[in-house]
Design a protein around this ligand. Structure first.
Ligand SMILES: Cc1ncc(COP(=O)(O)O)c(C=O)c1O
Length: 394
């Protein structure tokens, strides 16, 4: 018999070699080997989804014979119509449900489809940083060049820094409002200034409002797609994951002028055909259902934020932070070691079982911090801080 000759593996694409596994995944893998972990790391709200969504889906499983089939690529017409009404009512955004809205596999797919539709290899993408880590990975997947533009000390946008970062190659800016990981909420003036920069330099602003429903003060979020003068330069993204605690259902949306949407939907079709039909049914039920449910969750999150901030206050001078205005994250700046954030997060996990996310994984400006999420159970937040207090001897 001829001996089998093992051939070496083919080389993975250079595109994928440029992408590192996400820090959240690395932390989760590390935590899997440690007994009795508690988490300040998870980016998920700890509530059960609205019961009316689950009931509606159960009913649809019985009543709707097409639930096991694909929907139209851009999503169920009723859902796109509902999203169009929602965008107008909540954000003043006029989006034609047929040509300007696409239902996606979470906000994540909406982001990737938009980036692939906009960014050519070698194009630069400005990332006000610290930024949501997946933006960096997605820009790299598109062959783009992430350009980190540090936020201010209070996590605001730095107009001069952004202007200085623009070059002939700048193609897009990616921003989430409210921000992950900072918890900052950008004002309407900041968003307008960013859009002026985008329009003047023919840059596309991809704005991600995955946390638009959780703002702790009276700041109104301006969705720039609502402003006619900016429309052609804006792609807006949203998600039902956090608002309705449907992270596992994988449903989100993207809205943009038709010229952009034609290209975004080509990526979406090639990658997924459509978002899962059953998840689209859940999304429709969530949007049609009682929104008091969301208001109640936000009140609970506001209480958790207070718990997290007061526990951090007790840890001063080991930690300092900028109080979040939205979302459910705090960047805790640590002063008890000069180790980098990855070493610190790993040591904290190994020695106390508390999961956090290294701030450095969110790009420039995040180093020296740990991202702490207060989306989980209050008891777990308190247990995490009890362990950190003991660990620091505080
Ligand atoms: C800023 C931001 N955008 C998008 C997403 C992705 O959300 P989805 O579950 O809708 O894909 C997340 C998830 O954590 C996020 O934090």
């Amino acid at each position: 018999m001829t001996p089998m000759i093992r051939k070496p593996f083919s080389r993975p694409s250079s595109r994928i070699q440029a992408v590192a596994p996400s820090a959240t995944k690395v932390m989760a893998d590390r935590a899997a080997g440690i007994h009795n972990c508690v988490s300040l790391g998870q980016g998920v709200p700890g509530f059960a989804p609205p019961p009316h969504v689950m009931e509606a889906v159960q009913q649809m499983l019985v009543d709707n014979p097409t639930i096991s089939r694909y929907t139209l690529q851009t999503g169920m017409p009723q859902l796109r119509e509902r999203l169009s009404e929602y965008l107008l009512a909540e954000k003043g955004v006029k989006a034609d449900p047929v040509h300007e809205i696409c239902v996606t596999v979470g906000g994540m797919e909406a982001l990737l489809a938009s980036i692939l539709a906009v960014v050519d290899p070698g194009d630069e993408v400005l990332l006000p940083s610290p930024t949501y880590a997946s933006y960096t990975e997605q820009v790299l997947l598109a062959g783009g060049v992430p350009v980190f533009v540090p936020l201010t000390k209070q996590w605001g946008l730095d107009p001069a820094g952004l202007r200085a970062a623009v070059t002939q190659k700048t193609k897009a800016i990616l921003l989430c409002n409210p921000g992950n990981p900072t918890g900052n909420v950008y004002s309407a003036d900041e968003i307008r200034a960013l859009c002026e920069l985008a329009v003047a330099n023919n840059i596309v602003l991809i704005i991600d409002e995955a946390y638009d429903y959780i703002v702790y003060d009276d700041t109104t979020i301006l969705n720039p797609l609502s402003v006619d003068a900016y429309r052609d330069h804006v792609i807006a993204i949203g998600s039902l994951s956090k608002k309705y605690c449907l992270t596992g259902w994988r449903v989100g949306w993207v809205a943009a002028a038709r010229q952009w949407m034609e290209h975004i939907t080509k990526v979406h079709d090639a990658a997924t055909i459509c978002a899962p039909t059953i998840s689209q049914c859940a999304a429709l039920a969530a949007l049609n259902g009682d929104q008091q449910w969301v208001a109640t969750c936000c009140r609970e999150l506001a209480k958790k934020k207070e718990v997290c901030c007061s526990r951090l206050d007790r840890l001063a001078p080991h930690f300092s932070y900028v109080a979040p205005k939205g979302a459910f994250y705090i960047m805790g700046k640590y002063h008890f070691t000069t180790d980098n954030s990855q070493q610190t997060a790993h040591r904290l996990l190994d020695e106390t079982g508390v999961i956090t996310v290294p701030g450095g994984s969110f790009g420039q400006g995040g180093e020296g911090h740990l991202r702490l999420s207060f989306g989980g159970e209050t008891a777990e937040i308190n247990e995490s801080f009890d362990r950190i207090e003991r660990w620091l001897g505080a």
